[in-house]
Structures are given as C-alpha cells and as structure tokens.
Write a protein that binds this ligand. Structure first.
Ligand SMILES: [Zn+2]
Length: 223
C-alpha cells in the first residue's frame, strides 16, 4: 500500500516492511522473515524497478521477523546495510540482540524456540548514531528507542512527519500500543521511548506489526 507518495507498506500476514522510493533509488526499512523477501522482490518489480535498484536497507532491531530476509535481499541487490551498533553486532552474529526469557508457559516455549530465532549473519556497512539524519527523502532521522530490544531505533521522515516505529509500538487493530510482555527486553525503557516518540507528534505511524496509523499525533501511547 502506498500511503503517501513514494512510501509503501509491504504487508505479510504478520509483519510489515516499508519501501521508500527516492529520486535516485530504493530504501527498505526492515525485511520481515526470509519468506517475506519474495513479496519485497514482487513490490519492487510492480513499481517498475529491479532488486538491484535497492541501495540501502535500514534495520530497526534484530528480531528474525525483521531481519530474516536480509541475506536473500543483500545477495540479490548488493544494498548497503545500516543498523545501530548493538543490534548490528547481533546481525553480524546471526542471532537476536537479547535473550527471550519469558515467564510460565512462555519460558518453556522460548526455551524450545530460541534456536529457531537464529538467521544467516550479514555484514553491517554503517553503524547509525542517535539523532543522525540520513539524506533520504528530505531527511530520515534516527531515533533511539530502547526497550523492545537493547538498541532498537525508529526512523522519522521529517518532511512528511512519518514515524517508522519498528516494534517500539504496535498497531494490531489500528490502535497504538507500547511494546510489552514476554518479548520486551525492558518495559520501563519501552515506556520512556514511547514518550520520546509521542513528542515527535507524527502524522503517520508505521509499525512492524499492524496497520499504518493516520492522524497519529493524538493517538500516541505514553503508558
Ligand atoms: Zn521485535
């Protein structure tokens, strides 16, 4: 779905990736699982490009449902890969940036599923720093948002006031919620990060999971 000119949501049943068409090339934010890569290739072709036009992939955090498609897409495109340092180092090892521990039944589930959370390691081209503004579509700012994972980052497209929140927020039924529960590394930090995101007063919020949320400034959760 193209929700503003040149910015596309690439949905799968569970997770979203986002594609920005700049005046030069294509930039992808997160990849979804490895099985999502085919949807990304298809969207690129539908827009009249080829995968080799994909020049940059930005990653919000190192969970397999956000980085699983990396090795496929980088092999096919030669795109550069940027992430925060801590998350990027985990990407280079092919494993999540934090252990999934959980309580009760989730503890048992995670014990058996943790080996499945690994993915093919990929080399990072640049570690992003807090507040850095990338020269993409009028400026894409790196917003540190620890909580869901230790060095999770969000991206803010300044000209259009579009926030790519990764898993700092989720929008299952179009309502925004702060990352919480068993897969959240530090809930207190997640709430603090949500307040930072609320202060941006974004017009549109795009989460890793759920729908794109419009008129978002008054809908930003802070607790
Ligand atoms: Zn996640």
């Amino acid at each position: 779905m193209e929700f503003i000119p040149n910015v596309h949501q690439i949905e799968d049943s569970f997770v979203n990736a986002y594609l920005i068409v700049t005046d030069r090339d294509l930039v992808l934010i997160d990849t979804g699982f490895s099985t999502n890569a085919k949807h990304i290739h298809a969207k690129i072709e539908e827009l009249g490009f080829t995968t080799s036009d994909l020049k940059l992939i930005l990653i919000t955090h190192t969970d397999k449902d956000h980085v699983g498609g990396l090795s496929n897409l980088i092999r096919a495109s030669n795109a550069k890969l940027y992430a925060s340092r801590f998350e990027g180092e985990a990407i280079q090892k092919g494993e999540p940036s934090r252990p999934l521990i959980g309580k009760g039944l989730m503890k048992l589930i995670y014990r058996f599923t943790t080996p499945l959370s690994k993915f093919p390691p990929v080399t990072i081209d640049e570690f992003l720093s807090d507040g850095q503004v990338l020269e993409i579509a009028g400026g894409l700012r790196v917003i540190p948002t620890p909580g869901h994972t230790p060095e999770h980052i969000a991206f803010f497209l300044e000209e259009h006031e579009v926030l790519f929140a990764g898993d700092a927020l989720r929008a299952p039924a179009g309502e925004l919620h702060i990352s919480s529960g068993a897969n959240t590394w530090d809930e207190a930090k997640a709430i603090k990060s949500a307040k930072v995101l609320a202060n941006l007063k974004p017009k549109i919020v795009c989460c890793g999971h759920g729908r794109v949320v419009f008129d978002a400034a008054d809908k930003m959760p802070t607790k």
